[in-house]
Design a protein around this ligand. Structure first.
Ligand SMILES: [Zn+2]
Length: 250
């Protein structure tokens, strides 16, 4: 089957499905110009991931960590969702039970119109108190320097999951339940190597779902999926959406 045959096959599956779960990863945002972690030659390349994204790194130098995240927030604020994000948002609106789980922290799915996005790794746009965990809305945060929590005076940090931190329990449980219930599972632009994302397609498959991978690259999951579409999300998802719309209007 070539990619177009596979897309038609996926559309047929979507037409027959009751519950769809889509898992997205870094590849989806890369098409909007957002790099996974650091540019090799960028301003921040001299620091290790642990210095920039761990509790220890924050405690050692909170100013540095805060300004690195604000540098990234700035890139994200100047980025737009791509065709893959928009197609997913529209599919979610048309199909009644379409759940979206993401490992991305950039909020581009929401910017494209997706609702109830399950964020496994938190959100870089949202902040919280390092001490008491209270969520702080963007408007109260000064981007230039560190901010203190109004409740406890602790330092404000981005609400993302750092190295060595626990992932948000509620979101993981929800993502696992949705994967369990789905009859079609789409793994899009993710290498799905890291827990808990790595488990989700397998949970779905064990419970009878058809697992589809959309990724131009080979991943650890590629051998296990039922259908592998070797295209980028921004290419494949609009094609799936268009074909799906054609078929439901028939
Ligand atoms: Zn606090």
């Amino acid at each position: 089957m070539d990619n177009l045959d596979k897309i038609n096959k996926v559309v047929e599956l979507i037409l027959e499905s009751n519950n769809i779960t889509a898992l997205t990863g870094a590849g989806v945002s890369a098409e909007s110009g957002i790099s996974t972690f650091r540019d090799k030659n960028g301003l921040w390349s001299k620091f290790s991931p642990l210095e920039l994204a761990s509790i220890e790194g924050f405690m050692a130098n909170p100013e540095r960590v805060w300004s690195w995240y604000q540098y990234r927030v700035n890139i994200i604020n100047n980025s737009n969702p791509n065709d893959g994000h928009f197609a997913l948002a529209e599919l979610q609106k048309i199909h009644k039970n379409f759940s979206l789980v993401t490992q991305n922290v950039d909020g581009l799915h929401q910017k494209a119109g997706s609702e109830n996005v399950i964020e496994l790794h938190g959100s870089i746009i949202r902040n919280k108190c390092f001490d008491c965990n209270q969520i702080h809305e963007e408007s109260v945060i000064n981007n230039e320097s560190l901010n203190n929590c109004k409740a406890c005076n602790g330092l404000i940090r981005p609400d993302v999951v750092w190295f060595g931190e626990m992932l948000p329990e509620k979101e993981i449980k929800l993502a696992q339940d949705l994967s369990f219930q789905s009859d079609v599972f789409l793994s899009i632009g993710t290498s799905a190597e890291v827990y808990p994302a790595a488990d989700l397609p397998l949970i779905a498959k064990r419970n009878g779902a058809v697992v589809v991978e959309v990724n131009p690259e080979l991943t650890q999951l590629s051998d296990y999926v039922d259908i592998k579409i070797e295209l980028k999300s921004g290419e494949a998802m609009p094609l799936i959406l268009e074909e799906y719309k054609k078929r439901i209007n028939k």
